[in-house]
Design a protein around this ligand. Structure first.
Ligand SMILES: Cc1cc2nc3c(=O)[nH]c(=O)nc-3n(C[C@H](O)[C@H](O)[C@H](O)COP(=O)(O)O)c2cc1C
Length: 316
């Protein structure tokens, strides 16, 4: 079970929290190979990590094979993660519009060159993250075109480029890919918002090696442990009920566990990023408290908090 890469979200603190609450592997935010090629310092800062996040994978995006080759070397030598991932799935305008991310999927030769450039310039395992398809290029065709290259894992977002972030997710595609390349690790990704969701998918598609979870971990980083049945913080139940009938949920009990994890998260981000971290934690805080009675009031206070002490006081 992997914490899938999310720009602006999967920073070191969030990865540490997700690892602590059950993620088997964490991915960095995507890092630009051109930035690493021309001016590496800021991007190296973006992908540095704490050893408690291991196994940790750095994800690269871009379109220039030379920049991918240089970046694979730099990341391997300077960051020393456990793997390097290549982004073939991002549909965001500023990535796709520059010919990177999902725009690479239909470019058969270039996609091969990029994967080869990374594999040849690192001793680490290499993985790719793709979508179910884009226009006429299906995920199957993409894998057929690249299967002989020595990458070892694939995360398949079961939505097409056209399906963006809310279209239908097809996990049968992920399983069919596993049948095509049984020697590679295949993770299914997309739309897994509760542990029940995850368990059903794993039951229905038993060939999958695992799942990548992105937005399902927002405000519920313990979703990974819930899938294993280790923890029951309870907000899964609340979200299943769309948190409308809060009277039927013993929220005091659930909130005390949620609060403990919120504080852990806030302390980690503060330690890592100082005051900037306190701005960045605001969105996480809002996700954590969603659905609890009094959330709107608390949200107003939390987004104004200027110190760790203030956050602690508000939560208490
Ligand atoms: C805010 C945000 C940032 C994302 N950033 C990345 C990224 O940097 N690299 C990447 O491959 N996918 C990125 N994704 C896509 C996710 O990894 C995932 O494939 C997608 O959200 C579908 O999974 P979900 O339905 O579990 O959220 C991002 C998604 C979101 C919502």
């Amino acid at each position: 079970m992997a914490l899938a890469p999310m720009a602006g979200i999967t920073d070191s603190a969030f990865r540490q929290i997700c690892r602590k609450y059950g993620a088997d592997v964490t991915y960095s935010e995507m890092a630009s190979v051109s930035a690493l090629f021309f001016k590496p310092q800021k991007t190296l800062e973006l992908v540095r990590f704490n050893k408690s996040e291991r196994p940790y994978v750095v994800q690269l995006f871009g379109k220039n094979p030379k920049h991918f080759a240089a970046s694979a070397k730099i990341i391997t030598e300077k960051i020393k993660p456990d793997g390097i991932d290549i982004n073939f799935g991002c549909p965001a305008k500023k990535v796709f519009g520059h010919g990177s991310g999902c725009a690479l999927m239909p470019q058969k030769e270039l996609a091969r060159e990029i994967i080869s450039a990374v594999c040849e310039n690192t001793s680490l395992p290499v993985s790719i993250k793709i979508r179910a398809g884009i226009k006429d290029m299906t995920a199957f065709d993409f894998i057929k075109n690249t299967a002989d290259l020595p990458y070892s894992a694939i995360m398949v977002h079961g939505r097409t480029y056209e399906g963006s972030f809310s279209g239908e997710v097809d996990f049968s595609i992920c399983e069919k890919i596993k049948k095509m390349v049984p020697e590679k690790i295949v993770l299914g990704n997309g739309g897994i918002m509760t542990s029940e969701n995850a368990k059903n998918i794993l039951k229905r598609y038993p060939l999958l090696d695992g799942l990548g979870i992105a937005r399902g971990a927002w405000g519920r980083p313990w979703i990974f442990e819930e899938i294993r049945g280790i923890i029951n913080v309870g907000t899964d139940l609340v979200s299943v009920q769309k948190r409308t009938d809060t009277r039927s949920v013993p929220t005091k009990y659930y909130f005390s566990k949620t609060k403990k994890i919120m504080l852990e998260h806030a302390k980690l981000i503060y330690k890592d990023k100082g005051k900037t971290g306190l701005f960045e934690i605001r969105k996480h805080m809002c996700w954590y408290i969603r659905g609890f009675p009094g959330a709107a009031e608390m949200r107003k206070k939390l987004v104004m908090a200027k110190s760790l002490k203030e956050i602690i006081d508000i939560l208490n």
